[in-house]
Design a protein around this ligand. Structure first.
Ligand SMILES: CC(C)(COP(=O)(O)OP(=O)(O)OC[C@H]1O[C@@H](n2cnc3c(N)ncnc32)[C@H](O)[C@@H]1OP(=O)(O)O)[C@@H](O)C(=O)NCCC(=O)NCCS
Length: 438
């Protein structure tokens, strides 16, 4: 990668870095992810997130590790309706398998060799008796013995560790108030933890790269779409994993977690591309897929520059310096993606005391065109203009005259502009003038 490409890439990631800083992510790492060759790189990426100011709770699974231990002890693994039945002998294997998986993760998170991605990361990993469990009990006449479910999460204990800058590492094991240990599902632990600590995201990393429908990876799903999928998923074993991941996401989002992400460990860098690129890498599940429109603040200047710079360079929009944008930021309205980054903007400038205003700098990010973003921004700007007692809006545009006509503007002449604006008209640019009574 040449240095300019690198610089451009770095600049493009800045809105995401701002959006994620100070947020809390619960990352559920399946047991097979821990065994995968990509695990070390994945942990380095998690360390990178933490160094960018993200609070992280890492919950690991251990299903293949437990299966292996059981096989070594010549114990069979009994399942009932996809749930493991954990007898006393099996529970010994569970404790050993979970203990050694946990140690593997702790040691890998402690590696800081020069020339490794974790060099200089200095991470503190904390654990503890944060998960209180209860037995699953007898289901359909079958006693699940030491298989349990989450009863309570020590929210304050976890938050205290996060505030101290530690990564909290949770294992799929919990203890009852009587001191008995129970084998838990790591997704159950992750989901309960995410809702208990009001995490911003639940990120499930497993063998599936996301949810596919008719062979096509679904980049994002709303909660109603997740509910519909859960009703129609086939009963094969791959669908079983998808069902668990979708149920966990649904449970988390209904419990107040902003977003759930389903990504695969097989793709090196999938976590970073999911969190730091518009395209993502897996499936994003959101409570409410609608974008947000709001007045811009000084923190939006960087995002607006990223959005309009290519259009300025192409001569579509008039150039604005960062200083000018900072001074005029109160004139702008922005549209935000559910993930919190900026995808559109528009500005309204009153024209002297003419009772009219000029709409300017209407732009939508190229990845989000034709989804009604600019139309919604325009409606919001028009409402704002009416509140300020304006009765006409003008726009000067070189490329989007037809778009404005479809929004109710009609072509007019430079001469019909209010005097204050007419004096500033740039004849070289030859922009078309349109007007709308509001
Ligand atoms: C014009 C612009 C803001 C529209 O953004 P958007 O969010 O895609 O707009 P909407 O989704 O509300 O409307 C999209 C519709 O308008 C059409 N459209 C987009 N740009 C158009 C243009 N310049 N002329 C005519 N129609 C246009 C699209 O084809 C689409 O119609 P379709 O769904 O039938 O295909 C966007 O194309 C843009 O950023 N352009 C560059 C900046 C610019 O010229 N701004 C205006 C000067 S202030």
């Amino acid at each position: 990668m040449d240095s300019q490409t690198y610089v451009n890439f770095f600049r493009r990631t800045s809105p995401y870095i701002h959006a994620h800083r100070g947020k809390t992510f619960v990352i559920a790492l399946s047991g097979d992810a821990v065994l995968d060759a990509n695990c070390q790189r994945l942990l380095a990426d998690i360390a990178l997130l933490q160094s960018l100011g993200v609070h992280i709770v890492l919950v690991h699974g251990a299903r293949p590790q437990i299966d292996r231990r059981l096989a070594q002890s010549s114990l069979s693994s009994e399942l009932h309706d996809h749930l493991r039945i954990t007898g006393i002998a099996a529970m010994h294997c569970v404790k050993e398998a979970i203990g050694s998986t946990r140690l593997q993760l702790e040691s890998e998170l402690s590696m800081g060799l020069p020339n490794s991605p974790m060099h200089g990361a200095e991470m503190r990993v904390m654990g503890g008796n944060f998960v209180t469990a209860k037995p699953l009990g007898v289901i359909d006449g079958v006693d699940h013995l030491h298989s349990g479910e989450v009863r309570r999460i020590d929210r304050t204990g976890i938050q205290r560790q996060l505030e101290c800058g530690a990564i909290v590492l949770l294992s799929p094991i919990g203890f009852s108030p009587t001191g008995e240990a129970f084998n838990l599902s790591y997704l159950d632990v992750a989901t309960h933890t995410a809702t208990a600590i009001e995490a911003d995201k639940l990120i499930c990393i497993s063998s599936t790269p996301g949810i596919c429908v008719d062979g096509a990876l679904q980049r994002s799903l709303s909660l109603p779409a997740v509910e519909a999928l859960l009703k129609h998923l086939p009963l094969d074993s791959q669908a079983q994993l998808e069902r668990k991941l979708l149920s966990a996401s649904l449970h988390a989002c209904k419990g107040g977690v902003g977003r759930a992400h389903l990504i695969g460990f097989g793709d090196d860098g999938a976590l970073l591309s999911e969190l730091f690129t518009r395209e993502g890498s897996g499936t994003l599940i959101v409570q409410d897929y609608s974008e947000t429109l709001r007045p811009a603040s000084i923190d939006d200047v960087g995002g607006i520059i990223d959005l309009i710079q290519p259009l300025e360079e192409a001569g579509v929009l008039v150039r604005r310096s960062r200083d000018l944008l900072e001074t005029e930021i109160s004139r702008f309205m922005v549209a935000l993606h559910p993930e919190g980054f900026l995808i559109g903007c528009a500005a309204l400038y009153p024209i002297g005391s003419s009772g009219s205003g000029e709409i300017a700098c209407v732009a939508t990010h190229a990845d989000f065109l034709s989804q009604g973003t600019a139309s919604r921004l325009l409606s919001a700007i028009e409402a704002h203009a009416r509140n300020q007692s304006m009765d006409r809006l003008y726009v000067l545009t070189t490329q989007a005259a037809h778009w404005f006509q479809e929004q109710g503007f009609t072509a007019t002449t430079v001469e019909s502009l209010p005097d204050d604006k007419k004096l500033l008209y740039n004849y070289q640019r030859s922009a078309r003038v349109l007007c709308k009574k509001i």
